[in-house]
Design a protein around this ligand. Structure first.
Ligand code: GN1
Ligand code: MG
Length: 370
C-alpha cells in the first residue's frame, strides 16, 4: 500500500488541504508514510505510522511510554532554555478526539507525529564527523532520560534484549526447520553454535546487579538518529517504540555495530562489511562527551563486550526469522533475512579480530579526552 486512505489521517488534528503522501524510511517493523498538507499557504509535513501489532502486542502501553519519555525530555530541554524542544524530540499529533492513536475498522493501529524539518537520517555513515554526531545524539538521549525512573515505563517487549532467549528460540527454529531451510544455512548455524558463550555476557552482568537498569532506547541504529541536513549535527533520537527499562550496553553496541559497519546492514557485497576503527573511535568520543558524566566505571568496562553481543544477537534474530519463514522482519526478497544474518556474522568476525583495539579505544576515552 503506497497511499493511505484519507479516512486515516482525517482522524488526526491536522489542518489544511491534502498535498501528497508517500512511503517513508527503511524501518523493518512498522509501516511509515510522509504526509504533506498545505495550510495557510505553507506546506506542513507529518509522519503517519501503522504500528506492527504482531510485534508490539500492547501498542497503547507503547504510546504511554512515548508520551512519558517525550514529555520528560521536553521539560528538561525547556529547563535548559531550549525554546522549541519538539524540534529535537518528535511531538505526537493527537486525534480530533484527543487520543494519541486511532484504531481503524480492521484493527490497524495508527499514530501521527509532526515531521521535524531540516533533518535527515542515514542508513550508513560516510565520515568520522558524522559517527561522532550519532554517538553524541545517543549520549545526549541517555543523559536526558537519566533522571527518569526506569519503572515509570512499561516493559512493552519483555525479553527484547535477552540474548539467551533468542538463542533458545533459534534452537527451536533449527529443530523445527518448518521451511526446510536449515540445510541451506548450515554454515551460519555452525557460526552461531561456535559462539554460544556470547549470549549470557550482558544479561549475567544485569542479573548480578553490577550494571544498573536505566531508561534506554533499545534500537538506536544509525537510521534512528536525526541529523540536521545543513550542519550535519546531531538533532535527536526517533523511533521511540522500544524505549523502556534496560541497560546502556545494548544501545551503545547497537549504535556502534551500525555506525562502524561501512558496508551497511544490507551490504550487497560481504567484502565491504568491515568494522572501521576510526569511525568507532569518533562514535565513542561523541558518546562519552555526553554520557561519560554519569556512566559508572563498571558500565564503561563492559562497553567493549556489548559490540560483540548485540552483533551476535541481531545476526541470530535474522537467521532464526529466516528459518521460521520470515515472520518478524519485513523482507524484500526470499533470502533477505539469511543475507542480513551473513552481514552481521561477517561484521562479528571483523569485531573479533579487532577486539583488543576496540578495548583500547574505550579505555583511552577518559573524561578529559572527549
Ligand atoms: C528493527 O524498526 P526498526 O527497523 O527501527 C528492530 C531492531 C533491529 C533493527 C535492525 C522492534 O528496528 O531490534 O535492530 O530492525 N526493531 C524491533 O535493522 O524488533
Ligand atoms: Mg526505525
Amino acid at each position: 500500500m503506497n497511499e493511505i486512505s484519507s479516512r486515516i489521517f482525517q482522524q488526526f488534528d491536522i489542518p489544511g488541504a491534502y498535498a501528497g503522501c508517500e512511503r517513508f524510511g527503511s524501518g523493518l517493523i512498522n509501516d511509515t508514510w510522509l504526509l504533506r498538507m498545505v495550510h495557510e499557504g505553507l506546506e506542513r509535513r507529518y509522519i503517519i505510522q501503522r504500528v506492527n501489532t504482531s510485534v508490539f502486542t500492547e501498542p497503547i502501553r507503547v504510546m504511554e511510554n512515548i508520551e512519558t519519555v517525550t514529555t520528560h525530555i521536553a521539560s528538561r530541554l525547556w529547563r535548559e532554555g531550549i525554546q522549541d524542544p519538539f524540534s529535537i524530540t518528535p511531538a505526537l499529533v493527537r486525534t480530533k478526539k484527543g487520543a494519541s492513536y486511532f484504531i481503524d475498522e480492521e484493527g490497524g493501529f495508527w499514530r501521527a507525529f509532526h515531521f521535524i524539518e531540516f533533518c535527515t537520517v542515514y542508513d550508513r555513515v560516510d565520515e568520522p564527523a558524522l559517527a561522532h554526531e550519532v554517538g553524541a545524539a545517543l549520549g545526549r538521549f541517555h543523559t536526558l532520560v537519566s533522571d527518569l525512573p526506569p519503572h515509570s515505563l512499561h516493559d512493552t517487549l519483555p525479553g527484547f534484549h535477552h540474548t539467551p532467549r533468542y538463542l533458545r528460540g533459534f534452537d527451536e527454529a533449527v529443530k523445527a526447520d518448518a521451511e526446510l531451510r536449515a540445510s541451506g544455512a548450515a554454515r551460519e548455524i555452525d557460526f552461531v553454535n561456535g559462539r554460544r558463550r556470547l549470549a549470557p555476557i550482558l544479561v549475567d552482568a544485569v542479573d548480578s546487579g553490577r550494571i544498573p537498569l536505566r531508561v534506554v532506547h533499545n534500537d538506536p541504529k544509525v537510521n534512528n538518529v536525526l541529523i540536521h541536513s545543513l550542519t550535519r549535527k546531531a538533532v535527536g533520537m526517533i523511533d521511540l517504540d522500544t524505549v523502556k527499562p534496560g541497560i546502556v550496553h545494548f544501545d551503545f553496541g547497537d549504535c556502534a555495530r551500525s555506525v562502524a559497519n561501512l558496508g551497511g546492514e544490507d551490504a550487497e557485497d560481504l567484502a565491504t562489511v568491515t568494522f572501521d576503527l576510526n569511525f568507532f573511535e569518533a562514535l565513542v568520543r561523541g558518546y562519552m562527551s555526553e554520557a561519560g558524566a554519569f556512566l559508572t566505571p563498571d558500565e564503561i568496562a563492559l562497553l567493549p563486550e556489548s559490540v560483540k553481543v548485540i552483533t551476535f544477537e541481531l545476526g541470530l534474530r535474522f537467521l532464526a526469522d529466516y528459518l521460521r519463514g520470515d515472520v518478524y522482519f519485513k523482507i524484500n526478497y526470499p533470502s533477505h533475512n539469511l543475507h542480513r544474518a551473513r552481514v552481521q556474522f561477517s561484521l562479528l568476525e571483523c569485531i573479533e579480530k579487532n577486539e583488543e583495539k576496540i578495548k583500547a579505544v574505550i579505555s583511552s576515552m577518559r573524561r578529559q579526552d572527549v
